[in-house]
Design a protein around this ligand. Structure first.
Ligand code: ADP
Ligand code: ZN
Length: 624
């Protein structure tokens, strides 16, 4: 259903180009060419001509109906003089041995003349025009170049004031099958595809489609992809613009862009209009001091446009945001973006599917355990998973292999989580020993408690992220939607295990635990303020989450006195788990030593190796 005709606006610059080219050509031929030609011919008076004839200096002559052109014997220069009623002229010329030319000396034929002054330049202009046209078409296809509604040569490259991007045909051919997981979101959007295929079915019964659909979720979960897939499935034009592109330096520019976008969209209906990062313009209009007129005007224009078109006009607006709570309520009321489609981080199955979708693009060995990779990459977004697969392929190339393997994938997860291995970071042997004990401390505390995920890998190879080592735990069976209080406490104990091991072994502490401390504190705080897991406060929300999809910031919602109590509880909670960790490590001191030494030698050990040493019967008993 793609419209073959170019819209007027896009052809306009080309028409202007042709008109200008033709004008230049005419001016050139009428004024410049004759002038240039006359320059090489010198005008002399008739007397001079007669004298030259007498003295026999003339070599060639041509008599036309209006003038006499002649050339002297010793030069190539052409002279010109007027025509006189001179009856004996021809005889005189003849007797002095002058050659009569019929064709003007040194002058090309009228045909060649015409060819060079008109046909060739027009041809050149036409060719230039043709290439310009092709460039424009390409640019439209890429959707990277913008054209303003007010055309003109000066407008190339989107310098103009209104530059809504012209649609991408069927949005790169992305279909629902390219978007792995996200089944609920797809189900929701399928209705829109159906509608775009057959609007009448809906019109007949009197139902109207929502004008706007809001895709909300964390970054990199495929919101843009889903919007493109809707356009791809329905095979309709796809207009896309980012919210931040609307907001310009000058008040009113953004509003004019919104108008332009909707005008183009209505011409192309049915179609999809996608506004990414809509929170850039759709922020709540509040009374804060830093009001932004440009943003408000843009938002008002958007609201007006959305109200302006009929529900069943075939224009569907999809918008994406990861800060839905900051949107202006006017934007989310019925009749505007009244449908909200959550696009969440993928679960285990989703992660596996996304890995498979992206794995199709690279060469892989046959024995890939996608499920295992997906389990290791808990919490990763679709974009991160795509990155992991690509990183694996890059690793294979670096090692001169033709395909990527399981270990490439596993290593690239670590790269994405912790950064590249720092090949030349030299730790002193003392530091290396401290890191070994620290990491084994985490692993041992995790293994000796009930509610923890099994250890997958322990390594003390430094990473570019600054981590000197880490312990990776992987859930046994995929999904984990709920966390019990016991699990959370065990998690805090595990986090403190690193520091605890340093204390138990060396009796001193290092800076290496800062990240652990941060995480443990955050968890403990959440338990008390949000999960209602404190003995003192019970089920009272003491904090509100403000940024659900971007790191989950929260603001305190309680009195200063309560804040002090919260702080005390957090300290007590973490300290209790820390003590538990120290106790676990004291009880298993011999294992701690043994595994730490082993890790110190090997630098990286698997969860299996770890468990083998841990489960081995203590040798002391047999020796004694
Ligand atoms: P968002 O708009 O939500 O920030 P994008 O749609 O731009 O995220 O996704 C970024 C990239 O991540 C995509 O180009 C794609 O390669 C990958 N990706 C994200 N989610 C998925 C998914 N569900 N299936 C396949 N690829 C995905
Ligand atoms: Zn640690």
């Amino acid at each position: 259903m793609v419209n073959k005709k170019e819209p007027k606006d896009q052809r306009k610059p080309l028409v202007v180009f042709y008109i200008v080219a033709l004008a230049v050509l005419v001016i050139f031929n009428v004024f410049v060419v004759p002038f240039a030609a006359s320059r090489s011919i010198e005008e002399v008076d008739y007397g001079t001509f007669m004298t030259d004839t007498e003295s026999g200096k003339i070599d060639e002559v041509q008599i036309t109906t209006s003038k006499i052109l002649f050339k002297l014997k010793d030069s190539d220069k052409i002279y010109k003089t007027g025509l006189m009623n001179d009856t004996g002229l021809v005889d005189r010329l003849h007797s002095s041995g002058v050659k009569f030319s019929s064709q003007i000396i040194e002058q090309s034929s009228p045909f060649a003349d015409f060819l060079f002054t008109w046909v060739v330049p027009i041809g050149i202009f036409a060719l230039v025009g043709y290439f310009l046209n092709r460039q424009m078409q390409k640019a439209l296809g890429d959707s990277s170049m913008m054209f303003g509604g007010n055309g003109g040569l000066g407008n190339f490259g989107g310098v103009g004031k209104s530059n809504a991007r012209v649609y991408v045909k069927s949005s790169d051919g992305i279909k629902f099958k390219d978007v792995a997981g996200e089944e609920e979101a797809k189900d929701n959007l399928k209705e829109i595809v159906n509608y775009l295929h057959d609007p009448n079915q809906y019109r007949e019964i009197g139902a109207s489609m929502p004008k706007g659909v809001l895709l909300v979720g964390p970054p990199g979960t495929g919101k843009t992809m889903l919007a493109k897939a809707v356009a791809g499935e329905a095979n309709v034009p796809f207009f896309s613009m980012s919210g931040s592109e609307f907001v310009e330096m000058f008040v009113g520019m953004g509003a004019s862009k919104v108008r332009d976008l909707f005008r183009q969209a209505k011409e192309k209906a049915p179609c999809i209009v996608f506004i990414d990062e809509i929170d850039a313009i759709g922020k709540k209009r509040d009374n804060s001091l830093s009001t932004n007129d440009e943003r408000e005007q843009t938002l008002n224009q958007l609201l007006t446009e959305m109200d302006g078109f009929e529900g069943n006009s075939g224009v569907i607006i999809l918008a994406a945001t990861n800060r839905p709570e900051s949107l202006d309520p006017a934007l989310t009321r019925p009749g505007r973006f009244d449908r909200r489609v959550p696009v969440e981080l993928p679960d285990l199955k989703g992660r596996e599917d996304i890995l498979r979708v992206h794995a199709r693009k690279i060469k892989l060995s046959d024995s890939i355990d996608f499920n295992k990779v997906a389990r290791m990459a808990a919490g990763a977004s679709g974009a991160e998973l795509a990155n992991i697969v690509n990183e694996a392929a890059l690793r294979a190339v670096r090692d001169n292999r033709k395909f990527a393997t399981q270990s490439d994938l596993e290593e690239s997860i670590e790269v994405v989580i912790a950064g590249y291995q720092k090949k030349n970071a030299i730790l002193s042997s003392k530091e290396k020993l401290i890191v070994s004990y620290h990491e084994v401390g985490h692993a041992l505390v995790a293994a000796k408690q009930n509610h923890t995920a099994p250890v997958q890998k322990i390594t003390i190879i430094p990473r570019t992220s600054g981590a000197l080592g880490y312990t990776m735990q992987v859930e046994k069976e995929g999904n984990h939607y709920l966390m019990s209080k016991d699990e959370l406490m065990a998690e805090i104990a595990t986090l403190t295990g690193g520091r605890a091991a340093e204390e138990v072994e060396f009796g001193s502490i290092s800076t290496g635990a800062s990240n652990d401390i941060e995480k443990a504190t955050k968890l403990a705080r959440q338990m008390i303020t949000r999960y209602g897991m404190s003995d003192e406060f019970g089920m009272v929300a003491l904090e509100n989450v403000t940024n659900q999809y971007l790191g989950g910031d929260s603001t305190l919602a309680c009195s200063p006195e309560t804040q002090t109590k919260i702080d005390n509880e957090v300290v007590a909670l973490v300290e209790k788990q820390h003590e538990k960790a120290v106790q676990i490590l004291r009880e298993n001191k011999s294992k701690l030593d043994e595994i730490a030494k082993y890790l110190y030698e090997k630098e990286t050990i698997t969860g299996e190796e770890f468990m083998n040493i841990l489960d081995k019967k203590p040798e002391l008993e047999t020796k004694e």
